[in-house]
Design a protein around this ligand. Structure first.
Ligand SMILES: NCc1[nH]cc(CCC(=O)O)c1CC(=O)O
Length: 322
């Protein structure tokens, strides 16, 4: 029997492979519950260890993309689980042969959040304040906003990072979505506007991945949000066409727009020099989801944005290499 003709028995249990971190297990559990709600299949979590979880190296020194994704994908290809949940921003843009992104649920908040002591914001932090982040994009954005800040390279899970605020840092920068999933929005002192501070392509969104053509893939389509998939297609196409990896100082976000001609969405991409002193920005209107060609057009839009950034010198401004 081929994968395409296999069917899932009603109520058959599914195995969801997950990393052991609090964020991974929490978002996996949330997706598992949603799958059960929409499809009637019970979902069991299976723990998988990844290189990104065991290394102490700085994220930027790891270089290549996909430190978190590879072990999960291997487990899926070996049949140790039936699906995995990725944070989309950690997922390499290249598809993995034999697997497919079978569902992209409605995206959570794509913004970065400042979590500071004493209610400080980006602009009220005292001169020279120590702010923790390991992301080259966030480092460049911090220096651009506040050249006087001292940026400290940190790693570790969200609770470890938040703990540093009590310890040796004045603030840390984190994704609002991760804090929301862990029930830690209490730590947020400022949500930073996407128009001035675009975040990682796909930030706040999840991807459900399963074996290509499998009955599990068909079932997971029930969780897909076409609007989220559309904007993510454009955002990731920018990154892909820039040939940039997760260590590149690049922000790409989709913004809601409201003009005389109506409401819509635009994609804005910003490339920074590592010291944040220079940047290039390109913004284009995102095609809606209603045409059959929508995803192809959104992918083309992403490539157009990247081409314009490259024409304007993005590759000399920033180290883009994967
Ligand atoms: N690279 C780490 C990572 N991957 C996904 C999230 C959580 C938010 C999301 O789903 O985008 C985080 C933590 C962070 O950046 O604060």
């Amino acid at each position: 029997m081929t994968a395409a003709t296999e069917t899932l028995a009603p109520g058959a249990p599914l195995r969801l492979g997950t990393r052991a971190s609090a964020l991974a297990t929490t978002q996996s559990r949330q997706v598992a519950d949603r799958i059960t709600e929409l499809t009637g299949h019970p979902v069991e979590l299976v723990h998988i260890t990844t290189h990104g979880d065991v290394t102490r190296a700085s994220l930027s020194s790891l270089g290549g993309t996909g430190v978190f994704a590879t072990a999960l994908r291997d487990a899926l290809l070996r049949g140790e689980c039936d699906l995995v949940v990725h944070s989309l921003k950690d997922l390499p843009t290249a598809p993995c042969p034999g697997l497919e992104i079978s569902g992209i649920p409605l995206r959570a908040d794509a913004r970065d959040a400042l979590c500071a002591r004493d209610g400080f914001t980006l602009y009220s932090l005292p001169e020279g304040a120590r702010v923790g982040t390991g992301s080259p994009r966030r480092i460049a954005q911090l220096y651009a906003a506040r050249p006087d800040l001292t940026v400290i390279d940190i790693r570790g899970n969200i609770d470890t990072r938040l703990g540093r605020i009590e310890d040796d840092l004045d603030a840390v920068l984190l994704a609002a979505a991760g804090l929301g999933r862990l029930g830690r929005t209490d730590a947020i002192t400022q949500l930073i506007d996407l128009a001035e501070w675009p975040t990682a392509p796909g930030q706040g969104a999840l991807a459900l991945e399963s074996r290509e053509g499998s009955p599990v893939s068909a079932a997971l389509a029930a969780l897909d949000d076409p609007h989220t998939r559309n904007s993510i297609t454009a955002e990731r196409a920018v990154l892909n066409a820039l040939e940039a990896g997760c260590a590149a100082p690049v922000g790409v976000s989709t913004l809601a727009t409201s003009t005389a001609s109506g409401r819509g969405h635009s994609v804005t991409a910003q490339v920074y020099s590592l010291d944040g002193m220079e940047s290039l920005t390109v913004t284009r209107e995102l095609p809606g989801v209603l045409s059959a060609q929508a995803l192809l057009r959104s992918e083309e839009l992403g490539r157009d944005i990247a081409r314009e950034l490259l024409d304007r010198g993005a590759a000399t401004l920033a180290p883009l290499g994967r």
